[in-house]
Design a protein around this ligand. Structure first.
Ligand SMILES: [Zn+2]
Length: 177
């Protein structure tokens, strides 16, 4: 039977609980799940080795924990349905302001863009945006709606975006990170 132990480790003066799962394996494995740190190793692995191992991986651990935390926070705010509603309501709102109306709006997972607009006037919004603040979602909506008039990133395009969102430059920068 596998044995499980719980322990604490201090990383950058903050204490983290972690779970050690002892299995009949050769290597040491690390994973983050539901906000917990899991180490899998064999019974002969010393506590000291595990602690050093965790310290060595601390940047990765903190990054993963923060990522999960952000997703959780956002998921609590938005279900898929609520995100869809938010997009619908705000596409309507900004369509009226711009007097530009898409034929169809689709929400989908996209790898390399926050949104897209086709020459057939179909707009796609990246589903990943549900984890971002509303100002950034609005920016993507206004950006894609503005492409219904200008299929480029010309001066005219940006002045149209700026007529609705005067601080679009800061939002664009934030989203690029
Ligand atoms: Zn664009």
């Amino acid at each position: 039977m596998n044995k499980i132990a719980k322990s604490f480790i201090t990383i950058d003066s903050k204490s983290y609980e972690y779970v050690i799962e002892y299995k009949n394996i050769k290597n040491v494995y690390l994973r983050i799940k539901d906000g917990f740190i899991y180490v899998t190793c064999n019974k002969r692995t010393s506590k000291r080795f595990i602690e050093n191992f965790l310290i060595n991986k601390k940047d990765w651990i903190i990054k993963q924990l923060n990522k999960e935390h952000r997703k959780e926070e956002r998921t609590l705010l938005y279900s898929d349905q609520e995100f869809l509603n938010y997009i619908k309501v705000n596409v309507n709102k900004f369509s009226k302001s711009l007097d530009l109306y898409p034929k169809k709006v689709t929400i989908k997972k996209m790898k390399s863009a926050w949104g897209s607009c086709t020459s057939n006037k179909n707009i796609s919004i990246n589903k990943e945006l549900m984890y971002y603040k509303e100002e950034l979602i609005d920016y993507v909506i206004v950006h894609e709606l503005s492409h219904l008039k200008y299929m480029n990133h010309s001066k005219d395009f940006w002045s149209l975006v700026g007529s609705i969102l005067p601080d679009y430059k800061a939002l664009r920068k934030e989203l690029k990170r």
